[in-house]
Design a protein around this ligand. Structure first.
Ligand code: SF4
Ligand code: SF4
Length: 304
């Protein structure tokens, strides 16, 4: 078996940045032709990181490890966990999109609905672009969200969950921790979309600058906030967490609104992601300042 090729993570970050800056697909498809995204945060996680096995126990056995999904789809290139790297990115919502959605009380603003559809189309193209560039450089790669058997399954713990979660990949790659509303709070805030690629490459993993998976949420870190509870128009968030079924039902209702109000087929909500302290930053001051100083906490306990 060949060794996984060593890659400088900066090369991949550059590919992502250049694609954001130059791809014609980076558009909200509105009259002004505004960009959907203006930057990305990028992280890397080893396929051998114990966190993937912990996800199987915490999220469910159906959640793929990087080597499961890679070996299913690249059977001629079978790779051991340590030969794989997960490249993960988050695309923080632009300020004008966040600002517009802050005013929303029940249904999303037009900009948010557009980034949910057209911004995600760009995100899918970005996944394919990174896979293609890695292949051109001689490294097999796949995008777990785009494989034919990616699916959503019923979960006893989470009501439903998917076989690969971009937010969990981003958490593994040091990009953020989860909030009361289930969103991922990153250095660029919680209003975002995320993407990832699994590749047979060796890249220096990004350290995880948090001691547990909820370290950046004020509710869990300091027992305060809870602002996302009040932002949700259908009370899908409470001190007990996020009711995914209520949220899903509201999202389904937004389709009719988006078609009528904005004249395209789309949906979205994200009201809990804006107008809250974690909208565009890490609201836990100590964690934010430690991250800015480049400090790392002691190794985190297992997820439980
Ligand atoms: S709004 Fe407050 S409670 Fe909700 S996720 Fe953000 S920091 Fe946590
Ligand atoms: S996305 Fe909308 S419906 Fe779902 S929890 Fe957030 S505010 Fe509530």
């Amino acid at each position: 078996m060949e060794q996984a090729g060593k890659i400088d993570g900066n090369w991949i970050e550059d590919l992502i940045r250049k694609f954001i800056a130059s791809s014609p697909l980076n558009t909200m498809q509105n009259e002004a032709g505004e960009n959907a995204w203006d930057h990305a945060l990028v992280g890397f996680a080893s396929g051998a990181d114990k966190i993937w096995q912990q996800y199987k126990e915490y999220v469910g056995a159906f959640h793929w490890t990087p080597w499961e999904v890679f070996n299913q789809h690249c059977p001629e290139e079978r790779a051991a966990p340590e030969e794989l790297t997960v490249v993960s990115w988050v695309l923080p919502q632009r300020e004008m999109v966040r600002k517009a959605n802050r005013r929303a009380r029940k249904f999303p603003c037009e900009e948010w609905a557009r980034t949910r559809i057209y911004g995600e189309e760009f995100n899918a193209a970005l996944r394919l672009h990174i896979v293609e560039k890695l292949k051109e450089a001689g490294h097999e790669a796949i995008a777990p969200m785009l494989v034919s058997n990616w699916t959503i399954v019923k979960s006893e713990r989470f009501s439903y969950a998917s076989s690969w979660s971009e937010r969990h990949a981003a958490h593994a790659a040091g990009l953020g921790t989860f909030g009361l509303c289930d969103g991922l709070i990153t250095a660029g805030g919680k209003a975002l979309r995320a993407g990832s690629v699994v590749a047979r490459i060796s890249v220096q993993p990004t350290p995880r600058p948090y001691a547990d998976h909820r370290a950046y949420c004020l509710f869990f870190a300091e027992g305060t906030c809870g602002k996302c509870i009040d932002r949700c128009p259908v009370r899908a968030i409470s001190e007990a967490g996020h009711d995914k079924e209520k949220c899903r039902q509201h999202l389904a209702r937004t389709r009719e609104y988006v078609a009528k109000a904005y004249k395209f087929e789309g949906y979205g909500c994200g009201l809990c992601q804006v107008g809250v302290p974690c909208e565009a930053t890490i609201p836990v001051k100590a964690a934010r300042e430690a991250l800015e100083r480049g400090e790392l906490p002691p190794p985190p306990p297992p997820l439980a």
